[in-house]
Ligand binder design. Structure first.
Ligand SMILES: [Zn+2]
Length: 290
């Protein structure tokens, strides 16, 4: 049985947002690390290491792995009032038999929602840390700022801050139909919503209009903000919208998509998992339309 709910109170409570941690984790910058033992999340190749014992999940066996591979752990907050650290293993390590790699974006990662969300935040922190070892301005090494999330270059002294990439995701509707798209890499018959990164100089609503036009050829109006979700694959902020169809025939952007089409809400194809804001928007629209 899936450990995830059939519906969420609001987008704020979706996995990977801090509210989904239910108060069990408080993010804190590495410069504030307490000098005490705690728990560790171990990462490899964008996945988390989990114990085969379901009662342990992400955290139980982690100190053992830390000892085995000897990488310096990075503090990133408090889990149940204990210091929480992460370790990124080099690729292709041989893992102990009671530990396995788990993708957090798998159809059912099987972790409790708090651990799923903690793993997502760990991935996001590790991604920025690993990609900000050197200054993008002068190439010198960087060190953590003492009290906030950021690093300073030892050469030119410029400060750099974590990179979070804003994206829009939009449910486009007309009467009781919604416009869904699919990529060729997805499982057969799986569809989702129009989505994309913001361009420079663009507001969220402008990105909704542009992505709708670029991906599917349609115009939209009545753009309504619905909520957002942190999406740590590797570091997006998904801003969700509803928008009403305002004309145009579907023209699929073939560089990105395999298909785009209207679906009646009582005849939908395979949809993304319920833990994503795309599914949240679809479920919300279907509930309101019934
Ligand atoms: Zn520099």
């Amino acid at each position: 049985m899936s450990p995830y709910p059939e519906s969420y109170q609001s987008p704020q409570h979706l996995p990977f947002n801090q509210s989904a941690l239910n108060g069990r984790f408080q993010l804190a910058p590495p410069g504030t690390a307490p000098d005490e033992p705690g728990v560790t999340v171990v990462l490899e190749k964008g996945q988390v290491l989990r114990s085969n014992n379901p009662a342990c999940g992400l955290l139980c066996e982690a100190p053992l792995v830390e000892e085995l591979y000897g990488d310096a752990p990075l503090y990133f907050g408090q889990w149940d009032d204990l210091p929480c650290r992460l370790v990124s293993l080099p690729d292709a390590q041989t893992l102990p038999s009671d530990l396995a790699l788990q993708s957090l974006s798998a159809p059912d990662p099987g972790l409790p929602i708090e651990q799923l969300s903690l793993g997502g935040i760990a991935l996001q922190v590790a991604h920025w840390h690993n990609n900000s070892q050197f200054c993008s301005r002068c190439g010198e090494p960087m060190v953590w700022l003492p009290l906030e999330w950021g690093k300073q270059c030892l050469g030119c002294k410029v400060s750099h801050f974590p990179h979070i990439h804003p994206c829009i995701i939009v449910l486009i509707w007309r009467a009781d139909e919604i416009l869904l798209t699919r990529k060729s890499s997805w499982p057969e018959n799986r569809y989702s919503l129009v989505a994309g990164f913001l361009d420079m100089g663009e507001c969220l609503e402008e990105a909704v209009m542009r992505e709708a036009k670029e991906e599917t050829g349609v115009k939209v109006v009545d753009i309504e903000y619905a909520g957002s979700q942190n999406w740590p694959f590797p570091s997006q902020l998904m801003a969700g919208f509803f928008a009403r169809y305002d004309g145009g025939d579907i023209q699929v952007e073939e560089n990105e998509l395999e298909d785009a089409r209207w679906f009646a809400i009582d005849r939908l194809p395979m949809l993304p998992p319920r833990r994503s804001i795309s599914r949240y928007l679809i479920d919300s629209f279907c509930r309101q339309s019934r």
